[in-house]
Each structure stands twice: as C-alpha cells, then as structure tokens.
Write a protein that binds this ligand. Structure first.
Ligand SMILES: Nc1ncnc2c1ncn2[C@@H]1O[C@H](COP(=O)(O)OP(=O)(O)OP(=O)(O)O)[C@@H](O)[C@H]1O
Length: 717
C-alpha cells in the first residue's frame, strides 16, 4: 500500500485507487451503498492533507442541499477531535434550524472547510450570478420554485409566489380574451373531458345514450356538428335549448335546437338523420319557424359561419348583444383539475425546453407540423402563455432553477474574464450523483474545465431517476465520449445491504438494456429474505405494515429513523399515514425520489401494484412532450426500474414489498424466488403475543383464553 499522511486504511482497494488517482477526468462508477460519497469526501481530505491543495481551489458539487450539508457534516466530524459536533448531530431533540446554525459555526471554526466551495449546482450559480452577473441579469433577482422555499440559504431571496401561482394567474389574465378562454375551454372539453382522441369503444361505455360531445355550455350533444352549432351560439351569447320537446297538435318530437330569442327551431341534417319532410309539414301546420343546416356545409367553417349568421343572427332583434363578458371562474368552475393538469403540462414543457436549450418559437413551429390535432391545439394555447411567463419573469427579475444555470452559462460565454477567474480558481471539481446531470449542468462544468484541472465524478447509472426533469443518463453511461481521455474506476462491494437485498436488486436491474454492467456483491452476509406481502386489499396491507413495525420496534428496538416507508406517489402513503396516526406509530415516509442517498435498517415499499396508480407508473408518455424530446416507452420503463432499484437499495437489513393479490407489480416477478419470502397471510397482531397477566405478571400466549399460570381470564385483563 502506498504510504500517505492521510489514513486510507478504512478504504477498499478500488476506493483507495480513486482517492489517489491523478487522472484529469475520472468517473467512479459504483453500485448502491458502495461508498461513493465516502470516497469523494476522502478524496477531498486527501487533496488538502496529502497534496497540499488550497481548499479554495476545490469545488464540490452535490444535487441537494441535504447532500451538501451531509458532506459538510462529515468533514466537520473528521476534523472535530473533541466529539462535540458528533453529539450535536445525534441530539434528536435539537431542531433542524439549530443544527444548521451549529454547522455554520463549526464550518467557520475550521478555516479549511470554510474555504472549500461545497454547493449544489443551483447555489453555485446563485452565488456566481449575485456577485458577478450584473451585466447578465438584475443581480438582485428573486428565485422562483415549485414550492415556497422556507429554509436554507436561498430562501431569503425566494419570490413570494410559486411558479404554479404565476402561471395560473397568467392563464386567467390570458382568458380575459373571450376567444382564448373559449378555445381553452374547448380544449379541456375535447381532450380532457370527452377525450375525443381516445378509442370509440371507450366513448360509448361512458355515454350509452350516444350524447358524447360536450358543448361550451356543458350540454352533451350527439355529433361534432351539433357541438359546433351549439358552440357558435354560445360564442355569440345566443341562448338555446337542445332537443326541446315540441308538440304540434297530436305530433310530438324533438328538433335539434330551439333559439327562444328568435323563436326559431334548427334541425341539422346529416346522412344519419331521419327524413325531415314529416317534421317540416308539422312545422308549417303549427306555424313555427324551422331552419336547416347540412352536414356538407360544415366542411368549410367560414362558409358555415356565414350560413349561421344568415339563418340565425339575422332573425334576432336588431339591438341584440352578441358579446357577453365571460369569466374564467364561471366557465371553468367544473374543471379545476383539468386546468391544473394543463398548467402542469405547460410547466413541464417550459422546463424541458430550458433543459434542452430550445427556443419556444422553434418548438412551436415543430408542434404545428404534428399530425395530431390535440398536440397542435395544446401548443396553440400554450405558446402565448409561455411567452407571458417568460416576460413576467424578466419583468419581476425572477429566475427559476434552470434559469440560474442558463444565465450563468451565458455569463461565462459573454464575460471571458469572469469565466477565467473561476477556471483559475477551481483546480479540482468533484461532482456527486453524476448520473443525474442534465445538459445544462454538463455545459456549465465544461465551461469550467481546462487542460490542467481535474474533474472527479462519482455516480451510479443504475440510480439515474431524474430523466423526467431532463437529466441524461448518457453522460454517465458514455462518460469517456463526453469527456475524452477519461478513466473509469468501478466499485463493486455494497456495504449497506444484506446479501438477499443486494441479490434482488442485481436481478431487477438486469432487465434494463441501457446500462453499464457491474457485478455488485454484498459485504454483509445474512439469511434474511426479502419479504413480499400480497394482501387482499389496502387495509390488509396496512394491518400487515403496522404489525411488522410493532414487531421491529419491540423485538429489535428499532427507532423512528430505522424504519422507512417508500412509495412512487405521495398519495399512496395517505391511508397508511392516517392509520399510523391513529395507532400512534411513528415512522417516516418518503417518495422514492426523495429517498436518494438515504438508508434505513428496515424499508417498506408500498403500492407495488400493476396499472394506473401503481408502480411502474409511466406518466411522461404523452406526445406533447415528444415534440421537445423523443422518449421511448422502453426507456421510460427503464427509469421506473431504476427507481425501484433505488428503493430496494435503501434497505440495510430488512426489506418488505407490499402488493395486492392478483394485481402484483410486474417488478415483483423480476425478483427470483430464492431471494424472497412470499405470503398473503395476514399477521396476527403482535400485541396479542405481548399481553401480560395483570395478576401474576406472566406472558400470555397469543391464542389462549386464560393465563396458563394463574388461570385469570384474558377478557378480564
Ligand atoms: N470501505 C468501506 N468499509 C466499510 N464500510 C463502508 C466502506 N465504504 C462505505 N462504507 C459504508 O457503506 C455505506 C454506504 O456508503 P455511501 O453512503 O458513501 O454509499 P453510496 O455509494 O454513496 O450510496 P448510494 O449511492 O446508494 O446512496 C455507509 O454506511 C458507509 O459508511
């Protein structure tokens, strides 16, 4: 072993090789729990202690604020010989705010730690723009996020509104134009309510009467042409009745429309209509006015509008008011969820365009060439809104997280002396979780690279789970193509999880095509198997979870931190959370996305069912996004599988997978049986087992009616 001042004896060979490597571009590619973060920190300490590198020449980038804090914590722990900081960290009563303060003071205490730059991509860009970005953007900018920032360094500079609140406000403003509002409502009705782009068999299932098309005044009509007429009337503020009952002498029937203010009936004639002669005669007899429109007229909307003008408008009173003011709230009051979905989709499109560095106008041009009307309609409505959002952000000096990176890149591009300053400063660039970088982040890193500085990245392509936000797993899979002359070191021992958990995770990930092959072995040997429970329904699963949690707490002394519930979607946890509250059980739950980098002795993955609302859950598959970036079904499935892999590998000793009988997630079938213990038998409550006789104090067996020792009845206890 090479002699070093820094103690590297607690590292394995591969970790040590990574720490001492002089390679200018190095990727440490490793599985879950293999000590990537540990290796990165050790490298940092080694550079300072062994290589005499000035800490201010080191930049360490993490993905989350928590990861940056954890990195600082580990550095402080390594420096603090008194053990005081370890006490601070382990003090469960100390609030997070206090811990943050302690971290701040301790960082100041150790000058070398204080001189390091340990930041997330965002906070790095934030810092650069605030201090050097005045020519690029208002340097007193505010940050806009998905949620209101409540703590952390950046929260002081957070905007008072969220990105959703802004886009919602701007949509309402946009809808002050009646035309936009009604076009928008038309879009909602067509594609989100009527789902006209969905198979016909589905339609008929939902509307057995055949009245499928929803008009702008929320009437269900039978055909697209009738819907067009009804919408035309609504757009001209002309009241109408649809299929009113009309009785003339002894003859009763339902013409298509009645327009009271013109005292006029309208019949739309298509190939499917019944012959109208009979009806016309009855109208004449009853001295009522009937006008007809014909299907072939609808082929040309300008001509058809003119026809409607002629037969309807001209029969209304001369002073008729054709444009009543419409309100967004009134028009869309039944469709709040659909409005929210449209806005979320638009926000996703905005984010994707930023990450892919595409201009709105180019995307719009492409979208209008799409063969599908739904996609074209979406972009026709989204474009003016997206333009408004952009203008609003500039006007208010707002930047979102992607903007901060884009603006920093622009600053580097336009101000070479500022770029030079950072290039000179950061001799060593260390990036954690490299599997999650996106185009913008890689471009930023590239700007900082010189022939002489070192880029040291650690990551696991199997854990890349932010594709939906634009991260690109290709950067890690093909690292040496993106960074010429790069070296790669693979680390293959998992120190976190037991053998069967590691085995199961290896088997699951084998189903992915796009990956780097690695052989991961467990360091910890244990016979305990992955527990798969398939209850009859959710309630049975919750009962099972409660019993298992109690068992772990009582038999193994596990605390709140030792047990982690993971799920694909937050709402899966709601019923569990409610029951845990009732049962006074304290356990933490997280989405799998939020669990990255975490570990717990026991992990429960809930909601492992197949199909809608389960896991895998491929939600990005909408042609709307394909206009910006193609994503294939298989590729999205692979990301879901990586997410499952991340979830499994959070478990140190025990892993429980909860599914429902008859509707098991396809992922469960990917785990070979010899790693698992499968059951669908509900657990007897553990509390029964622990019942003690209040007379003689001995433990009473679970199914017994009497205390075996003194005969006291269980029902009296
Ligand atoms: N050489 C080693 N000997 C013993 N334990 C180790 C070694 N390397 C890492 N560990 C332990 O393994 C666990 C996982 O380490 P770490 O969190 O650094 O892994 P990681 O690769 O970053 O994990 P993940 O990617 O899954 O989040 C930690 O508890 C760490 O202390």
């Amino acid at each position: 072993m090479q002699e070093t001042k820094t103690d590297l004896s607690h590292l394995n060979d591969q970790q040590r090789e990574a720490v001492v490597s002089e390679a200018k571009r190095l990727l440490v590619l490793a599985g879950a729990g293999s000590g990537k973060t540990k290796t990165l920190l050790q490298k940092l300490i080694y550079l300072i202690e062994e290589k005499g590198v000035n800490p201010s020449n080191i930049l360490a980038i993490t993905f989350t604020k928590n990861a940056a804090n954890e990195m600082l914590d580990r550095l402080i722990l390594s420096a603090d010989e008194s053990g005081r900081y370890a006490e601070v960290l382990s003090d469960k009563r100390l609030p997070k705010k206090e811990k943050d303060k302690e971290r701040y003071y301790h960082t100041k205490e150790y000058k070398w730690i204080d001189k390091l730059t340990v930041r997330t991509f965002h906070s790095l860009c934030y810092f650069i723009l605030r201090n050097y970005g005045v020519l690029e953007f208002d340097n007193k900018f505010k940050i806009v996020g998905d949620t209101k920032a409540t703590d952390g360094e950046l929260s002081k500079y957070a905007a008072t509104e969220t990105s959703y609140e802004i886009i919602n406000k701007l949509l309402i403003e946009q809808c002050q134009s009646n035309e936009y509002l009604l076009n928008f409502k038309r879009y909602v009705l067509d594609y989100m309510i009527d789902k006209i782009h969905v198979e016909k068999s589905d339609k008929l299932r939902f509307h057995p009467e055949g009245k499928f098309y929803t008009t702008l005044n929320n009437t269900k009509v039978r055909s697209k042409s009738e819907q067009y007429i009804a919408d035309w009337l609504y757009r001209h503020s002309i009241k109408f009745e649809y299929e009113p009952e009309l009785a003339i002498s002894d003859f009763s029937f339902r013409p298509d429309f009645y327009i009271p203010e013109a005292n006029l009936y309208l019949e739309h004639v298509s190939a499917k209509s019944h012959p109208t002669e009979q009806k016309e005669w009855q109208f004449k007899k009853g001295n009522k006015l009937l006008v007809k429109t014909f299907e072939h007229q609808t082929n040309n909307s300008a001509l058809f509008n003119r026809h409607l003008d002629k037969v309807i408008k001209n029969r209304l009173p001369a002073n008729y008011h054709f444009t009543a003011a419409l309100s967004f709230e009134e028009e869309l009051k039944y469709y709040h969820k659909e409005v929210r979905d449209f806005l979320r989709q638009t926000m996703r499109v905005i984010d994707m365009m930023k990450v892919e560095n595409l201009e709105t106008s180019k995307v719009y041009q492409e979208a209008l060439k799409d063969p599908h009307e739904r996609v074209r309609d979406f972009y026709t409505l989204a474009k003016p809104l997206i333009d408004q959002v952009e203008a609003y952000y500039i006007n208010k000096s707002y930047l979102d997280f992607n903007d901060m990176i884009t603006r920093t890149i622009a600053l580097f591009k336009n101000q070479s002396e500022i770029l030079q300053k950072f290039k000179n400063q950061y001799q060593y660039i260390l990036v954690d979780e490299f599997q999650d970088v996106n185009n913008l982040q890689v471009e930023l890193i590239r700007y900082l690279l010189t022939e002489n500085n070192q880029l040291f990245c650690v990551g696991d392509d199997w854990q890349s789970i932010y594709g939906f936000r634009g991260s690109n797993v290709d950067y890690i899979v093909n690292f040496s193509e993106h960074f010429p002359d790069a070296e790669t070191i693979k680390m293959s021992i998992n120190y976190r999880s037991t053998q069967n958990i590691v085995g199961a995770s290896n088997e699951v990930i084998k189903h992915n095509q796009f990956k780097v092959d690695k052989e991961i072995e467990a360091f910890k040997k244990s016979d305990s198997r992955v527990y798969i429970y398939t209850g009859q329904n959710e309630n049975e699963n919750i009962d099972f979870a409660i019993n298992q949690v109690r068992r772990l707490q009582e038999e193994k002394g596990y605390s709140k931190e030792d047990i982690l519930f993971l799920y694909r979607r937050s709402k899966m946890y709601d019923p569990y959370f409610e029951r845990f509250k009732q049962e006074k059980l304290f356990v933490s739950g997280k989405t799998i996305h939020a669990s990255k980098g975490l570990e717990a002795k026991a992990v429960f993955i809930i909601g492992l069912t197949e199909g809608f609302g389960g896991f895998p859950d491929i939600w990005m598959e909408d042609r709307i996004y394909q206009v910006i970036k193609e994503s294939h079904h298989d590729f999205l499935m692979e990301e879901e599988r990586r997410l499952f892999y991340v979830a499994i590998t959070r478990a140190k000793d025990e892993l429980f997978l909860l599914s429902e009988r008859g509707n098991e997630s396809s992922f469960l079938k990917e785990i070979p049986e010899h790693f698992t213990y499968k059951t669908s038998v509900a657990f007897k409550p553990v509390v029964e087992k622990l019942l003690t006789c209040n007379h003689c104090d001995s433990t009473i067996e679970s199914d017994s009616q009497f205390c075996k020792y003194c005969g006291t009845k269980v029902s009296d206890i």
